[in-house]
Design a protein around this ligand. Structure first.
Ligand SMILES: [Zn+2]
Ligand SMILES: [Zn+2]
Length: 242
């Protein structure tokens, strides 16, 4: 259930925001970047919005590309699965503001505790339209690929980004499930190694998205392999600085 939180105010994906934050903490989240429409990345979005709405706060801004936004609207805020909060209480003063972003066009989100954040969406190769995010704040920069199978552009961006503090990327299935990973456009340790061969060796890599039934197997498999980069598994609930 993927979610990252920057300065307590900007969420990157919303798989688990309402499950781990208190109501008061959820009300501080004013901006949400959505990488793609899969449930493990948007599941808590309806409740996060409702929890803010109930308190009459200003609109929550949800940033996604046109193709991701189309899926989020069609499958979630469709008035069947959940109300269209971009028209509640009314379209002039809604509780949600969808902000359409363009791939590869940097934009700024202001008003965060540690200063403005510059975000650039980079398309990756997943089974539904998906983007990763290059995120800068002050001198810190991190690149989150989101879910992806073998791809190229996002690694190019990693290589061209000076002072990249970390590359957060996925590993979903063990190599004995390579066929499932290939069909669903995810990575195994073996295909991850192939992808990281395209990335500068000095960039630190943080891994997320281990599918829960295979966590132990993935840790053992990755631990027994050699990578050019320093690899670390992201820890739930931990705060990182880049
Ligand atoms: Zn996905
Ligand atoms: Zn996912």
């Amino acid at each position: 259930m993927t979610s990252f939180l920057i300065d307590g105010q900007l969420a990157v994906d919303a798989g688990a925001v309402s499950r781990v934050l208190s109501i008061e903490e959820q009300r501080q989240v004013r901006h949400i970047l959505i990488s793609h429409s899969h449930m493990d990345h948007i599941a808590s979005l309806p409740f996060l919005i409702e929890n803010s709405f109930a308190n009459g706060d200003a609109a929550v801004n949800i940033y996604c590309t046109k193709r991701v936004l189309a899926n989020v609207r069609r499958h979630m805020f469709n008035n069947d699965t959940w109300p269209d909060f971009s028209r509640i209480p009314n379209h002039m003063y809604p509780s949600v503001r969808f902000v359409e972003i363009e791939p590869e066009q940097p934009f700024e989100i202001a008003g965060l505790g540690s200063g403005p954040v510059e975000v650039t969406a980079i398309p990756v190769n997943h089974i539904v339209p998906t983007v990763g995010f290059l995120i800068r704040q002050g001198s810190g920069t991190v690149l989150f690929t989101s879910d992806t199978g073998p791809t190229d552009r996002v690694w190019e961006v990693a290589n061209h980004t000076k002072g990249l503090g970390a590359l957060i990327t996925e590993c979903s299935f063990p190599t004995d499930m390579q066929n499932i990973a290939d069909i669903s456009l995810h990575l195994t340790p073996t295909s991850l190694a192939g992808e990281l061969a395209k990335v500068r060796p000095e960039i630190p890599v943080l891994l997320y998205h281990f599918k829960p039934p295979y966590i132990d197997q993935l840790r053992a498999e990755i631990g027994g392999m050699e990578f050019a980069q320093h690899l670390e598994e992201l820890e739930q609930g931990k705060t990182y600085q880049f």
